[in-house]
Design a protein around this ligand. Sequence first.
Ligand SMILES: *Cc1c(COP(=O)(O)O)cnc(C)c1O
Length: 223
Amino acid sequence: MSKTKLNALLAQIRQAEIAYHRAPLSVQLLAVSKTKTANDIAQLYTAGQRHFGENYCQEALKKQQELGAYDITWHFIGPIQSNKTKAIATHFSWVHSVDSLKVARRFSEQRPVYLPPLNICLQVNISSESSKSGITLDELPDLFEQVAELPNIKLRGVMAIPEPEETFEKQRQPFKTLYQAVEKLYTSIPLDTFSFGMSGDLEAAIAEGATIVRIGTALFGAR
Ligand SMILES: *Cc1c(COP(=O)(O)O)cnc(C)c1O
């Protein structure tokens, strides 16, 4: 069953790449496995999926232990508590949800030297809701420069979680705004990652430049 869902989703991503004139295989699938079991992950792994995203550190570490023999690339995508940065820096390859220089510095200091640099995305709040985490567009240029200079981490790009919208055109708008803002920064810092799009808006995200889509529900069913 999970293999069927995975193949259908990958086909949808490949179709969207064609429809929106994106390069073939330019959009990578991140399977979001929060609240799902190690066994659920193992099934998708057997079907070919290698990148998995988790939101809660403790929950993720338990599953990582159970899946120690699997060659999985782990992405942390949830809110970051300062007392968890060391564990995250040690047990993940990517963090998508960095939203302050302070947190980026902690990752830089705590990333073990025997591991390659930790891949980082800055989470940007592109919906105006003040309750959402993420930095504002205004803060982006300065933070980019400061984070890019830190050792042991590698700034890859941005992540966004826009407010749910009903129409495709409305879904595209915030991604487009952020993509254009980041494009302006390209000249000084090489970036290759737009972590845009979830089950409800992945087509709009791909249309506007997503390179990683983070999909839970469409793969594993409702949580
Ligand atoms: C849960 C979650 C997802 C996946 O959402 P779905 O709607 O289930 O696809 C993606 N990104 C983040 C940051 C999440 O917390």
